[in-house]
Design a protein around this ligand. Structure first.
Ligand code: AGP
Length: 616
C-alpha cells in the first residue's frame, strides 16, 4: 500500500507534506512525489524514485509559496518503479493532480473508454486512468466551480470498481482539496484554519489530534476553513470527530537506531497497556468491557473462527491452543484471504474474530465482510482507533500498543498474544476455570512486564549469536504446542527483515521431511520451555545433532538441557504457560534484528514489504 498526505490551509504546504510523507514512508517507499498549487494558481509537480528524501534532489520544500498540495509515497502495484509511474499523476489536459492508494480493478475498461475519447497516457498505472476519468467528467460540467470539481469526482468514482484512498487537486479550484475513500484508509485532520488529509494519523498528529475517519464511498471537499463530506450520491454526511489517542513523540524513534528496536523495547509498557482496565475487581479473571455488546452470547458460542494475516495469524494460532485448553471451545484459525472464498461451514453459535494491528488489511476486511454477509457477529482486535475494523465489527478490544512504525511487527504481536491469552482465560472463567486458576493467571499477568524487562537484557547475547550465523542462508525454527506459533513468527521475522529463508514447524514434524535440510549450513532454532514434553524435544535435538545441524536453544531455566548439547543457548524467565510464548518471542525478534543489521538490510523498510497491505 502507499502513503498519502494532502494539505490546505494557512501554513506553507510543501514542508508539511514532505514531513508527513516521511512519517508515512513505512507504508511504501518505491517512489515519492509532491504536487502543489502555486500562488499564481498553477501546478508544480516533483517526483522521484526511491525514498521521500530523494525528492530533495528536485526541489526545496521551504522555497515553495503554495498553501495547497498533495503528496504520495508508493508501494508499486500497477507499473514498475519509475518517475513516470510515481504519484501525483496529472490528467491529460492538465486540470487535475491526483494521488491514490489502492487498486482500480476495472482499469482496462476505463482506459479503453478514455482512449476512445482521445485521451493519451504516459504511465502504466491505474491511477493515471482515474485522473483522466475525473477530467473527462469535469469537462462535461457547465462551470469550473468547486461544486463541479466534486460532481466530476463523484461521477468518475461511480464507474470505478476497486479500492482507493484519493487526494485530488483541481487547477480551477486553487483553494480546495478533495479526498475520497473506498477500502483504503484516509483521515482528515481538523486544524486551526487548515485541513490535513493522510493515510494514517502519523502525518497529522503533530498539527492536530482531532480527526475524522472517512468511510467507504465518502468524499470530502475542503478549503482552509470549510469541510463538506458527502457520498457518491451527494447525500450529506455528518461525520464524527475522533481524538488521536497517542502523542507525536510516540511516533518518533527517540534514541533508538531503528523503530523496530524501539518497539521491541516498548513491549513491557505495551503489556501494561494491554492489561489496563481488563482485570476483574477480585483479581480472578480478565474482563473486557468492549465485548459487552455480545452479552450472553459469550456463554453460548460453541466455535470460534479467527481470521487474520501474517503475524496476526500466528497470534490467532496461539489463541487456538489457549482457548481450547482453558475454555474447551473448538477454534479454527483461517488465513483471511482464504476464509473469504472458502465458504466454511459455520454454525449459528459460531463467533468470528478478526485480528489486525492496522485494522486496514484488505484481506482481513474482506473476511470480516464475508462473515457479516452471512449474519455472524464479528469481534475485532486491533491497534488503531478508528480503523475500519474497529468501526465495522460488532465489538472488540483495542490493543493500545501505540503506533507500530517498523514494518516487521513486534510489539503489536506480543500485545495480541497477551490480549488473546486474556481472552482465553476470560472464556475459561465463564466455563471451567476455577477461582485459584484465575488468580494465578492474573498474578502472572501483573508480573509479566518485569519479566519482559529481564528478557530484554538478553540482547547482547543474542547479537553475538547472530554474529556467528549471519552468513547462513536458511534456518529451521521448531516449537511444540504453544511454542509452535512462536516458531512460525520467528521464521517470519527472519524472512522479512534479513531476507533469509526460514521455516517454522512443530518440533516433531521436522522428522517428516524438513530434516532433509539439516546440515551445518542450516541452523535450527528450538524453543523449549515446557519441561513435561522436553524429552520429546530432546529426541528432535539429538536427531539434528546426529546430522551436524547447529542448534540455537531458547529455553527456561528448568529445562534439563546440557548447554554443550547446543551451539547457542538462551535462558528466558519462566512465567505462566499461557504467557510464556510472549517471552519466547523476544529472542526471536532480537535475532532477526541483529541478523538483518549484519546482512546490511534496511530493518525498518525491508525490500518489497509495506506495513499494512491494503491491496489483495
Ligand atoms: C508482520 O511482521 C508483517 N509485517 C505482516 O505479516 C503483518 O503481520 C500482516 O500484514 C498483517 O498486518 P495487520 O496485523 O495490520 O493486519
Amino acid at each position: 500500500m502507499c502513503g498519502i498526505v494532502g494539505y490546505v490551509g494557512r501554513r506553507p504546504a510543501a514542508p508539511l507534506i514532505f514531513e508527513g510523507l516521511q512519517h508515512l514512508e513505512y507504508r511504501g517507499y518505491d517512489s515519492a512525489g509532491i504536487g502543489l498549487i502555486k500562488a499564481d494558481d498553477t501546478f508544480e509537480l516533483y517526483r522521484n524514485v526511491g525514498r521521500v528524501a530523494a525528492l530533495l534532489e528536485c526541489f526545496e520544500p521551504r522555497q515553495s509559496d503554495s498553501h495547497v498540495g498533495i503528496g504520495h509515497t508508493r508501494w508499486a502495484t500497477h507499473g514498475a518503479v519509475s518517475v513516470l509511474n510515481a504519484h501525483p499523476h496529472r490528467s491529460y489536459h492538465g486540470d487535475f493532480l491526483l494521488v491514490h492508494n489502492g487498486v482500480i480493478e476495472n482499469f482496462k475498461t476505463l482506459k479503453s473508454f478514455l482512449l476512445e475519447k482521445d485521451y493519451a497516457f504516459y504511465s502504466d498505472t491505474d491511477t493515471e486512468i482515474l485522473a483522466n476519468l475525473i477530467e473527462f467528467y469535469y469537462q462535461q460540467q457547465a462551470t469550473t466551480e468547486p461544486a463541479s470539481f466534486l460532481q466530476a469526482v463523484q461521477e468518475a468514482l461511480r464507474h470505478v470498481q476497486g479500492t482507493y484512498g484519493l487526494a485530488v487537486l483541481c487547477q480551477d479550484c486553487p483553494n480546495h482539496l478533495l479526498a475520497a475513500r473506498n477500502g483504503s484508509p484516509l483521515l482528515i485532520g481538523i486544524g486551526d484554519n487548515e485541513h490535513i488529509v493522510a493515510s494514517d494519523a502519523a502525518a497529522i498528529v503533530t498539527y492536530t489530534s482531532q480527526v475524522i475517519y472517512l468511510r467507504d464511498r465518502e468524499i470530502a471537499l475542503m478549503s482552509s476553513d470549510d469541510l463538506q463530506i458527502c457520498t457518491l450520491q451527494s447525500e450529506n454526511v455528518s461525520a464524527e470527530v475522533c481524538t488521536i489517542d497517542w502523542s507525536p513523540e510516540e511516533a518518533e524513534r527517540g534514541q533508538h537506531e531503528h523503530y523496530m528496536h524501539k518497539e521491541i523495547y516498548e513491549q513491557a509498557q505495551v503489556i501494561v497497556n494491554a492489561i489496563r482496565g481488563h482485570i476483574s475487581d477480585d483479581f480472578s479473571s480478565p474482563r473486557f468491557g468492549g465485548l459487552a455488546p455480545l452479552g450472553n452470547r459469550w456463554n453460548e458460542i460453541d466455535r470460534i473462527v479467527f481470521c487474520a494475516c501474517g503475524s496476526a495469524w500466528h497470534a490467532c494460532l496461539e489463541a487456538e491452543y489457549l482457548i481450547e485448553h482453558y475454555a474447551h471451545i473448538p477454534v479454527e484459525v483461517e488465513y483471511a484471504s482464504e476464509f473469504r472464498y472458502r465458504n466454511a461451514p459455520l454454525s449459528k453459535r459460531t463467533l468470528v474474530v478478526v485480528v489486525s494491528q492496522s485494522g486496514e488489511t484488505l484481506d482481513t476486511l474482506a473476511a470480516l465482510a464475508e462473515a457479516k454477509r452471512r449474519g455472524y457477529p464479528v469481534v475485532g482486535i486491533t491497534n488503531v482507533v478508528g480503523s475500519t475494523i474497529s468501526r465495522e465489527t460488532d465489538c472488540g478490544i483495542y490493543q493500545h500498543a501505540g503506533p507500530e512504525i517498523g514494518v516487521a511487527s513486534t510489539k503489536a504481536f506480543t500485545s495480541q498474544l497477551c490480549i488473546l491469552a486474556m481472552l482465553a482465560v476470560y472464556l475459561g472463567r465463564l466455563r471451567h476455570m476455577d477461582y485459584t486458576e484465575g488468580v494465578s493467571f492474573i498474578q502472572a499477568l501483573q508480573e509479566l512486564p518485569q519479566k519482559i524487562e529481564e528478557t530484554l537484557l538478553l540482547e547482547q547475547q543474542i547479537s553475538e549469536i547472530a554474529q556467528r550465523y549471519y552468513q547462513s542462508e536458511q534456518f529451521l525454527f521448531l516449537g511444540r504446542q504453544t511454542l509452535f506459533p512462536v516458531a512460525l513468527e520467528g521464521a517470519l521475522k527472519l524472512k522479512e527483515i534479513a531476507y533469509v529463508y526460514a521455516q517454522g514447524y512443530p518440533s516433531a514434524e521436522m522428522k517428516h521431511g524438513p530434516i532433509a535440510l539439516v546440515s551445518k549450513e542450516c541452523p535450527t532454532v528450538i524453543f523449549a520451555t515446557q519441561a513435561a514434553i522436553f524429552p520429546k524435544t530432546l529426541s528432535n535435538i539429538q536427531e539434528i545433532r546426529a546430522r551436524n545441524g547447529p542448534i540455537i536453544m531458547v529455553a527456561t531455566g528448568e529445562i534439563p538441557m546440557d548447554p554443550s548439547e547446543s551451539e547457542a543457548f538462551v535462558i528466558i524467565p519462566k512465567t505462566h504457560p499461557a504467557l510464556q510464548p510472549i517471552l519466547a518471542t523476544i529472542p526471536a525478534q532480537f535475532f532477526a534484528y541483529h541478523m538483518a543489521l549484519r546482512r546490511g538490510c534496511d530493518v525498518d523498510k525491508p525490500r518489497n514489504l509495506a506495513k499494512s497491505v491494503t491491496v489483495e
